[in-house]
Design a protein around this ligand. Structure first.
Ligand SMILES: NC(=O)c1ccc[n+]([C@@H]2O[C@H](COP(=O)([O-])OP(=O)(O)OC[C@H]3O[C@@H](n4cnc5c(N)ncnc54)[C@H](OP(=O)(O)O)[C@@H]3O)[C@@H](O)[C@H]2O)c1
Length: 188
């Protein structure tokens, strides 16, 4: 699911091309850390936003530049620079990211709850924002699995929980600070 969201957001909706500059927010999260790798492999310049503690992790995955979203001056330096924003945060973060687009740039905003608001704000500014809903795609999934098997795509598993501790997995996700994916083990 995370891989397909990254694939469809970057390439189907975002139409990311080699040589373009993309900002990926929540880049260390489940969708984001896969998107960083796919965008880099597609020949894009990848700017990853995350807390400072995740910057080394993201550089290892191929990010060309990392930025801490808590640092408003660093974020301001990106104004008007981006061909594509892959917005995995939505809300105020998604709204303010519109200012980072260059003329003709576009934003794909993934959290569905704030997508209508961000699309409306973009239209008022003469910019393009698209919402998305991941859909099943056997061909893209096969491509992603081939990349994993070949060692070209890493899926970072930060913790594995027995099913009986599923509530703890949810608590961790609700912190909004998890790196990569968490797994539930139904056999345990
Ligand atoms: N529309 C769809 O079809 C679809 C499909 C999949 C997912 N989604 C949605 O997409 C979003 C991302 O999913 P996910 O599974 O990748 O999330 P996740 O793994 O829970 O994301 C965790 C990451 O979010 C970052 N983060 C938290 N607050 C942030 C903020 N204010 N600004 C920037 N980064 C922030 C954290 O970064 P740091 O720790 O570095 O601070 C953390 O690494 C979720 O809202 C999810 O519901 C939608």
């Amino acid at each position: 699911m995370a891989g397909l969201t990254a694939w469809q957001g970057l390439f189907e909706h975002g139409q990311l091309q080699a040589g373009e500059t993309v900002l990926i927010s929540a880049a260390a999260g489940g969708v984001g850390h896969i998107a960083v790798q796919l965008a880099k492999q597609a020949g894009a310049k990848v700017i990853a936003s995350a807390s400072a503690s995740n910057h080394g992790f993201l550089r290892e995955l191929g990010a060309d530049q990392v930025v801490d979203y808590h640092d408003s001056e660093a974020m301001d330096e990106l104004k008007g620079q981006l061909d594509l924003v892959f917005d995995l945060v939505g809300f105020d973060s998604g709204l303010s990211a519109l200012a980072l687009l260059k003329a003709g740039g576009r934003q794909v905003t993934v959290p569905t709850v704030t997508a209508p608001q961000i699309k409306e704000a973009a239209a008022a500014q003469g910019k393009t924002a698209l919402g998305m809903m991941v859909h099943p795609d056997r061909t893209a999934l096969a491509t992603l699995l081939e990349k994993c098997a070949a060692g070209d795509l890493q899926v970072h598993i930060s913790n594995v929980y027995p099913l009986s501790e599923g509530a703890n997995a949810h608590t961790a996700i609700e912190s909004g600070r998890t790196r990569g994916k968490l797994l539930l083990n139904p056999c345990n």
